[in-house]
Write a protein that binds this ligand. Structure first.
Ligand code: NAD
Length: 463
């Protein structure tokens, strides 16, 4: 697992199989391939061959094929849902909503492929005509985590494909199911080799980074992201890493604040990179907030309202952070009676209050159905607490005073900030982090540029 790059390059080891486990029951649910060097090399070579034809398509024709892929996903939504649920244990409503978003995303990029946000072109230097060609990077290696196996893959693959690249995408070890189906449909809709799935573990990920790909788009933990960046050398890397979002609740917050935050914190069992994690109040509304959030979280049952944690490692990480917390109040909600609490990775919604400012559950990303609550003397101190961790992905402010809310939103260190809502996203709006949350851009027309590079052409003209 920790072999140096040179050793990896020399490896001729071929694929192995890994046991997959149902996170709801802890029972085995089949096996998946762990791709090794021969499979990585073959996938990248096939993507390189497919690149010539795919990148030469007009944006209109590329868009048409991406539309066809969106239609296939929509037509087979039930099959995608079954695969997504097998790997994650998510409730049906969450899965259905995410598949709808994936369909919308491919449709959005089918159209966005035909748009451009370009620098000026024309007669910019006397006697010369200039313009910019936006060219694909080439073969993109995409590596995604297990929290939204299909959606995170779509966030990366749809704009990369729309921009004219071919893609080799590696799912997380525990959730290879839906990306495999997407690659099957992509072979039909887009052409052979244009989008391939490369199942495997972190060693497969490293092999993909060290293969002949032209760019790596990585979504996952900060630690793995740093390793990817180090191994990628001078090739372009897009990093979407961990979050640890603050939610500042002021005394004049809207009435539905606690319910909205409890829902966002438990959606996908809190395993969302931008999920609210650190609630910050003023001293004057601290007790009300602790009581309000405890009641709202208390009504959210694991196994009824949200799914299990994805895998035993994640559950162990969550347990370690809860156990090491200094919180004097540790309030856990319940697990639905029919969830297999003994063997599945079920964890209840939880509130930690009365803790020190550098509590591990505050400074580290918990990535579970958990909120911490901290208090500050005034609004400035609340903002300072919000900006006091190295992650800077999402953040929210809850107040009915629009002027204060907009001022705080402007000063929050985050790539995405919400006022009186949290986790509201759509294909048109960019998502990305700052600080240790990475520097990539997902979603929106801006993500097209993530996977393209400009070539400036200047022509001397006589008239
Ligand atoms: P992880 O980093 O362990 O794994 C993510 C993926 O990278 C997996 O496919 C894994 O096999 C692979 N991988 C791991 N180490 C690697 C390495 N050294 N080289 C190449 N590939 C490697 O992360 P995880 O625990 O699966 O996912 C959860 C994390 O992802 C959280 O921190 C979460 O915040 C983050 N995330 C971020 C965003 C975002 O948009 N910023 C979105 C979703 C998830």
């Amino acid at each position: 697992m920790t072999a140096a790059p040179t050793e990896l390059n020399k490896s001729t080891e071929s694929s192995e199989l890994t046991e997959l486990t149902d996170p709801r029951t802890g029972r085995p649910r089949g096996t998946a391939t762990l791709s090794r060097e021969p499979e990585v090399a073959a996938a990248v070579a096939a993507a390189r061959i497919a690149l010539a034809e795919w990148s030469a398509l007009t944006p209109k024709d590329r868009g048409r094929r991406l539309d066809r892929l969106a239609a296939l996903i929509e037509e087979h939504a039930d099959r995608y849902a079954a695969r997504e649920q097998a790997g994650t244990g998510k409730p049906g409503a969450e899965t259905a909503g995410e598949i709808e978003q994936v369909v919308d995303l491919f449709r959005f990029y089918a159209t966005a492929a035909r748009t451009r946000t370009v620098p000026a072109s024309g007669r910019l230097v006397a006697g010369h005509e200039s313009w910019v060609r936006w060219e694909p990077i080439g073969v993109v290696g995409v590596i995604v985590p297990w929290n939204y196996p299909l959606l995170m893959a779509a966030w990366r693959c749809a704009p990369a494909l729309a921009a004219g690249n071919t893609v080799v995408a590696k799912p997380a070890e525990t959730t290879p199911d839906s990306l495999e189906l997407l690659a099957e449909h992509a072979a039909r809709a887009l052409g052979a080799g244009v989008l391939q799935s490369l199942p495997g573990d972190r060693r497969t990920g490293r092999l993909l980074v060290e293969s002949a790909v032209d760019m790596v788009a990585f979504t996952g933990s900060g630690r793995a992201g740093a390793d990817v960046a180090a191994r990628a050398g001078t090739r372009r890397v897009s990093l979407e890493l961990g979050g640890n979002a603050p939610a500042i609740i002021l005394p004049d917050a809207p009435a539905d604040t606690y319910a909205s935050l409890a829902e966002a914190a438990t959606y996908n069992a809190g395993q969302s990179c931008a999920a609210p994690a650190r609630v910050i109040t003023l001293a004057e509304n601290y007790e009300d907030t602790v009581a309000g959030l405890a009641a709202a979280l208390g009504s959210r049952l694991a196994g009824r309202d949200f799914g299990p944690l994805n895998n035993p490692d994640q559950a162990a990480r969550y347990d370690r952070l809860v156990a090491s917390s200094t919180a004097k109040r540790n309030l856990a909600a319940g697990i639905a009676p029919d969830a297999d609490g003994a063997r599945g990775n079920w964890r209840p919604a939880r509130l930690l209050a009365d803790l020190v400012y550098d509590d591990p559950a505050v400074t580290e990303e918990v990535f579970g159905p958990l909120l911490t609550v901290q208090q500050a003397q005034d609004t400035e101190a609340a903002l300072a607490l919000a900006n006091s961790v190295p992650q800077a992905l999402g953040a929210s402010v809850w107040t009915t005073d629009l002027e204060t809310g907009l001022d705080l939103v402007a000063r929050l260190n985050a790539g995405e900030a919400w006022l009186n809502c949290h986790l509201v996203q759509t294909a048109e709006l960019p998502h990305g982090g700052r600080g240790t949350s990475g520097h990539g851009t997902d979603l929106s027309v801006l993500a097209l540029q993530e996977y393209q590079r400009p070539k400036t052409v200047t022509v001397r003209v006589t008239r």
